[in-house]
Structure formats: structure tokens, C-alpha cells
Design a protein around this ligand. Structure first.
Ligand code: PLP
Length: 382
């Protein structure tokens, strides 16, 4: 049996909507992008503004630009994340400051972040790893106390909930979702910046498209050809072809999440007792999006993570690793002289963590096959 790591869930509605865009001739940012922004804002609730972009990386860049990150500014980020979380700080000449994560949630915590605050710290980018939300209220209290801004890298966290509220609605400075091909919902490539700050929203809309004082679509709607350039902006707008996918994916986001949660529940219960440990689940008034299901391979396993990864691959089961810690990569290590000793949890995860196949269309036979293979390989009982 072949079990892929991920398979996107694209239905006839998505396909027909893209074809409609191709036929109606509005290929780039237009009515469907605007509808997708409105739908996502409504989906989250909490009177947020949503700004569609062509990747979450672009959205994170726009968010940091809008809060004024510049040369010399320090921005605290988790070491245990995808490189995009930190690279956007460098785009603006800022300095990422890396911190370790909690061993149970695998998330950055207010206490870990506060220990890294200096007089140059301007912001913290928190990452809801695998879709388990960080302590957003705790970060907001820290931000208020220390005069910092909070940006949420929510690439994994649609939909997720913490403190009884949807991730995206807590009122941090900005929240950025990803619609990359293997994220919880997809537009192929795409992202959404969400904020309750009207000034931040205005700046992000301007910088999303060349620094126009308003975007091409609203210019078209009002029929005026005049525009002004108020800043050297970027080219980060979403296309209507991508939004066509997003409109229908969003309608299925809750059902997708419930199916992933069901598979995660099977993994957690059926793999219990093996030398594998799991990320904490969300607490009572929270919700894990289950973008990823990660396991840490324990010392009692006869196979190391690397050997297990290979043995699963030999059985046709494709896994992945999220993440090799940022301190282990040449650029970050050399630029910031990072030592693994500063990040014991992240370092250990980098050596022991494995992401198991998890996607909405996974069949019961595929789940059973993965569970059986893991049971055999981690106990040596064949
Ligand atoms: C995928 C991802 C991103 C980047 O998303 P893109 O839409 O591909 O730019 C950023 N941060 C994290 C944690 C991610 O997993």
C-alpha cells in the first residue's frame, strides 16, 4: 500500500469555480478575492478585516512592515518553526531573536519570550505549532506590560480556538494564515492577513500592491483611472483563480478539521503504549486544528527517528519532519552564532520528531496500515 504524506482535498465546486474565472476573464485580484476576504472575516467572526495575499510569507512581511519593524529592531521568534517566520524579519533589516519552545505544547510561551526581551525588542511572532494555539491571552498581557507588538504566524491554525475564541479574533496586531498546497485549506499558494487594527489594515492593503493608494479592483469599480503611489510597495496580491479555490475550501474547513481530528484521535489512542510521545491537545475551551500530527520517537524504540522514517518509507508510508530547528541551518546558525545548547527542547525535537500522514481523504485502511507499521517498527515485533 502507498500512503502519501498529504493529499489535497479538491472538489468539483473548486474546479468549476476556477474554470468560471478562466471563462469570465477576471484572472487576478477581483470580485472572488474580495468575496473570499469577506467570507474568511465572517468565518472567524469578531469584526476582523481580512486581506488576501499570495502567501503567508507575504502576509507576515506586510504585518511586520506595517508595525514599523526596521534595521536594528529585535523580533522574538520560536527556534522550532519554518524559516519563513524568521526570514521576514530579515527582509526589513530586523534581527530575529530565537527562543526555545515548551516540551508539551511545542509552542513558544510568554515566559520563554519574556526572558529574551531587551530594550531593542519590538515584537514577538508566535507560531501555533501543528495547529495547537499558543497562550494568546498570555502573550497579549506580556505585550501590554512590556510595550511589544504580537504577530501570529497562524499558518497551521485555521480553524483553531484558544480561550474560547477563534484564532484570528483575539486582537493581537495581526494574524496570518497560509493556504499553501498542504495547509488546512488551500489555494495552491496564498495567505490571509487578519487584523482588527484599521490603520494596519490600510497599510497592508497599500503595500500589498505596489503602494497604490487603493487596489486595482476598487479603481476598476469606481471607474477612475487616477491613482497615487504613496510607498515602494510589493506585489503580494491574491489572484481570483486562487480565491476560487479558497471560497469553496473555506466552506469545508470545519468538516476538514473534524475529519483530521478523528484521525488524530485514532493515532493517539491506537499508538498509546508505544515508545512514541505526542504533542498536548488543546484544553477545554480550545481547539487544535490538527494541521499536523507529530510524534516523538522515544529512546526505547529500536529504531531512531531517521531509521523509522526510512523503514516507513520502505513500506510505502511517506512521512515528513516538522521541524529541523532554525538553529541547525547554515544561515541562521552562522549569522547569529547559535548553539544547540540554547534550545534543548527544539534541538531534541529536531532529532526525534516525525510527522505522520494526515489528510481528509485518508481511508480507514490507510490509517490501519500506518498504525500497524508503527506498532511493529517501534517495538521490534514483526
Ligand atoms: C507554511 C508556513 C509558512 C509560510 O506559508 P506560505 O503560504 O507558504 O508562505 C509560514 N510559517 C509556517 C509555520 C508555515 O508552516
Amino acid at each position: 500500500m502507498q500512503v502519501p504524506f498529504f493529499r489535497p482535498e479538491i472538489g468539483e465546486d473548486e474546479i468549476n469555480e476556477v474554470v468560471d474565472s478562466l471563462r469570465n476573464g477576471w484572472l487576478t485580484t477581483g470580485p472572488k478575492t474580495q468575496a473570499f476576504e469577506n467570507d474568511l472575516a465572517n468565518f472567524l467572526g469578531g469584526s476582523v478585516e481580512a486581506i488576501a495575499v499570495n502567501s503567508a510569507t507575504a502576509g507576515l512581511h506586510l504585518a511586520l512592515e506595517a508595525i514599523g519593524i526596521g534595521p536594528g529592531d529585535e523580533v522574538i521568534v520560536p527556534d522550532f518553526t519554518f524559516t519563513a517566520t524568521a526570514e521576514v524579519v530579515r527582509y526589513l533589516g530586523g534581527e530575529p531573536v530565537f527562543v526555545d519552545v515548551d516540551p508539551h505544547t511545542l509552542n513558544i510561551t510568554p515566559a520563554l519570550a519574556e526572558a529574551a526581551v531587551t530594550p531593542r525588542t519590538k515584537a514577538i511572532v508566535i507560531v501555533h505549532f501543528a495547529g495547537l494555539p499558543c497562550d494568546v491571552p498570555g502573550f497579549m498581557r506580556l505585550a501590554a506590560r512590556r510595550g511589544l507588538r504580537i504577530i501570529e504566524d497562524s499558518a497551521h491554525a485555521l480553524p483553531a480556538r484558544v480561550g474560547g475564541a477563534m484564532v484570528g479574533t483575539h486582537g493581537t496586531d495581526a494574524v496570518v494564515f497560509s493556504f499553501y498546497a498542504n495547509k488546512t485549506i488551500t489555494t495552491g499558494e496564498g495567505g490571509m492577513l487578519v487584523t482588527r487594527d484599521p490603520a494596519l489594515a490600510k497599510r497592508a492593503r497599500t503595500m500589498r500592491l505596489h503602494g497604490f493608494d487603493r487596489d486595482a479592483f476598487s479603481r476598476f469599480q469606481t471607474g477612475s483611472w487616477r491613482y497615487d503611489i504613496v510607498a515602494p510597495g510589493y506585489k503580494y496580491n491574491m489572484t481570483d483563480m486562487a480565491a476560487s479555490l479558497g471560497l469553496h475550501q473555506l466552506r469545508r474547513a470545519e468538516a476538514f478539521r473534524n475529519r483530521r481530528a478523528e484521525i488524530a484521535h485514532q493515532y493517539r489512542t491506537r499508538l498509546a503504549g508505544l515508545p512514541l510521545s505526542f504533542q498536548a491537545d488543546a484544553d477545554g475551551d480550545g481547539m487544535h486544528s490538527w494541521h499536523l500530527f507529530v510524534a516523538r520517537v522515544g529512546a526505547q524504540s529500536p529504531l531512531t527517528r531517521d531509521a523509522l522514517f526510512e523503514a516507513l518509507g520502505d513500506r510505502g508510508i511517506r512521512c515528513s519532519v516538522h521541524y529541523l530547528p532554525l538553529h541547525s541551518f547554515t544561515y541562521w546558525r552562522e549569522r547569529y552564532n547559535l548553539s544547540p545548547r540554547a534550545f534543548p527542547v527544539s534541538e531534541a525535537c529536531g532529532q526525534t520528531i516525525i510527522s505522520l500522514p494526515l489528510y481528509v481523504g485518508m481511508t480507514q485502511a490507510e490509517i490501519d496500515y500506518v498504525v500497524a507499521a508503527l506498532s511493529e517498527l517501534t517495538t521490534g515485533r514483526v
